[in-house]
Design a binder for this molecule. Structure first.
Ligand SMILES: Cc1ncc(COP(=O)(O)O)c(C=O)c1O
Length: 395
C-alpha cells in the first residue's frame, strides 16, 4: 500500500502528535457504490473545502480513477488550484462574487455558475477579453433560498444568457439547482423543488438552451431519490463514506465506508487525587484517585469545544469520554484504574471497525453534523493518504 504524506506543514514521519489517515481505497469504493446506484448519470466529485478536509487533489484524483467524470468546488480559487495541479476533467465551481476571477476561470475552462444578471455581465466581459467563450451553468433557486436565480427572474436571465450564447460569448453547459431538505427523505419540499426544477429547465430548453448536464442531486438525493438524478449527481459527503443524515441511513446500511481516521498519541499519563479539577473551568472533578491521559489535540485542530465532556475516544481498545473542556491544543481523558503508556494511540474517529467512534458519533456529541466534524479538522493535523496512485500526470 502506498502511503503518501501530504501535510502542508508537518510530514507524518515527524508527527507523533496526531494525524488524519485518508483511505483512498475506501473513497474509490464509495464512488463505485454511488455510481452503481445512479444508473447512467455521471458523478461529480465535490471536493470543496479541501475535499471536506480529506485533501482536494488526492480525493479528486481517486474519485476520477473510480469513475467520476466531473469535479466541483465552491470557490473559483479552489477550482483554479486544482486545474494548476493537473486536474483536466470538467471542473465546476459555484460561489462567485463580483470581481471574479472570471477571466482566469474562462482561461482555465472552468464551468462557472451564474445565478444572476450581474454575474452574466461579468462573465461575458471576461470572455470577450479572453477571446474565447465562457462555459457557464445557470443556477435555479428552486426553493433553497440561498444562491441561484429566483423563478420570477429566470426568464430575463435565460434570455440574456441565450443572447450571449448566440453571439458566441458563452456556452450554456448546464442548468442546475440544489436541495434544501433532501436529507429528510419524503419531505414535501423535496418534490416541490424537483417540480420547480422541471419547470425552470423546461422554460430554458424552450428558449433554446441545450445543456450538457442538468443536475440537482446531492448525496442524500443520490441515495434516496432516483427521479432527481438527471444527467449528473453531485456527491460530497457520501463519497467520504459518511451518511448525509440518520434519516437516510447509517453508512453501513448505505454500503459506504468512512474515509478519514483521526488519531493522536497520548502525551502524558499521570495519577491525580480525588477531587482534582480537570481542564479550564474545572467542569470535571475526579470522583476518586485516578489516572488522567492528555490527548494533544484541541479546538485549533478542529476538535469541537462543544464536545467538551461528551466526545468519545478509543484508547487501547476501550472507549472513554472527554473529561472537562476541550482546550485549544489538548483535552483530557479519565482512565480510571487503567494503565496506559505515554505514546499510546487514541483514535477519535474512523470507520468504526475496531470499536472506535465515527465522525457521526462526534457530530452527536457536539450537536452538529458529521460534515462539520471532518471538514474542520485543522491544517496542523497532517493528512496521510493511503492508496494514492503515484501518477503526477494529468487527471
Ligand atoms: C451546491 C452543492 N452541491 C452539492 C453539494 C454536495 O452535498 P453533499 O455533501 O450532501 O453530497 C454541496 C455541499 O454542500 C453543495 O453546496
Amino acid at each position: 500500500m502506498n502511503t503518501t504524506p501530504t501535510s502542508t506543514d508537518t510530514p507524518h514521519g515527524l508527527s507523533s502528535r496526531a494525524r488524519a489517515e485518508i483511505d483512498l481505497h475506501a473513497l474509490r469504493a464509495n464512488v463505485a457504490t454511488l455510481r452503481a446506484r445512479t444508473g447512467g448519470a455521471a458523478l461529480m466529485a465535490v471536493v470543496k473545502s479541501d475535499g471536506y478536509g480529506h485533501g482536494a487533489l488526492p480525493c479528486a484524483k481517486a474519485a476520477l480513477e473510480a469513475g467520476a467524470t466531473w469535479v466541483a468546488t465552491a470557490t473559483p480559487e479552489e477550482a483554479l488550484a486544482l486545474r494548476a495541479q493537473g486536474v483536466e476533467a470538467p471542473l465546476m465551481c459555484w460561489l462567485w462574487t463580483p470581481g471574479g476571477p472570471w477571466r482566469e476561470g474562462v482561461e482555465a475552462g472552468l464551468d462557472m455558475s451564474v445565478s444572476g444578471m450581474w454575474a452574466l455581465a461579468e462573465v461575458t466581459a471576461a470572455a470577450r477579453e479572453a477571446g474565447r467563450p465562457a462555459r457557464i451553468q445557470l443556477k435555479a433557486d428552486t426553493g433553497l433560498g440561498r444562491n441561484g436565480c429566483q423563478p420570477a427572474d429566470w426568464t430575463e436571465l435565460v434570455a440574456a444568457a441565450r443572447a450571449a450564447e448566440a453571439e458566441g460569448t458563452v456556452r450554456i453547459t448546464g442548468v442546475w439547482s440544489h436541495f434544501a431538505r433532501a436529507d429528510e427523505p419524503g419531505h414535501p419540499s423535496v418534490q416541490r423543488q424537483l417540480d420547480t426544477f422541471g419547470d425552470m429547465l423546461a422554460h430554458a430548453e424552450r428558449e433554446g438552451v441545450d445543456p450538457e448536464v442538468r443536475h440537482i442531486a446531492n448525496s442524500p438525493a443520490t441515495l434516496t431519490l432516483p427521479a432527481s438524478h438527471y444527467d449528473l449527481v453531485r456527491t460530497g459527503i457520501a463519497m467520504y463514506g459518511i451518511s448525509p443524515s440518520p434519516e437516510v441511513g447509517t453508512h453501513q446500511e448505505l454500503g459506504l465506508r468512512p474515509v478519514m481516521t483521526l488519531s493522536a498519541n497520548v502525551a502524558l499519563v499521570k495519577g491525580v487525587p480525588a477531587g482534582h479539577g480537570v481542564s479550564y473551568g474545572h467542569t470535571y472533578v475526579t470522583a476518586e484517585e485516578t489516572t488522567l491521559a492528555l490527548i494533544p489535540v484541541g479546538y485549533a485542530d478542529g476538535i469541537p469545544r462543544h464536545a467538551s465532556g461528551r466526545g468519545p475516544v478509543l484508547i487501547g481498545g476501550e472507549r472513554h469520554t472527554i473529561a472537562g473542556r476541550v482546550a485549544m491544543d489538548q483535552f483530557v481523558v479519565d482512565l480510571g484504574s487503567r494503565k496506559i503508556q505515554e505514546g499510546a494511540e487514541a483514535v477519535l474517529f474512523g470507520p468504526g471497525d475496531h470499536g472506535e467512534p465515527t465522525a457521526e458519533d462526534w457530530a452527536r456529541a457536539a450537536d452538529t453534523i458529521a460534515y462539520e466534524i471532518v471538514t474542520r479538522i485543522g491544517k496542523r493535523v497532517p493528512r496521510v493518504h493511503l492508496g494514492a496512485t503515484d501518477g503526477d500526470g494529468p487527471v
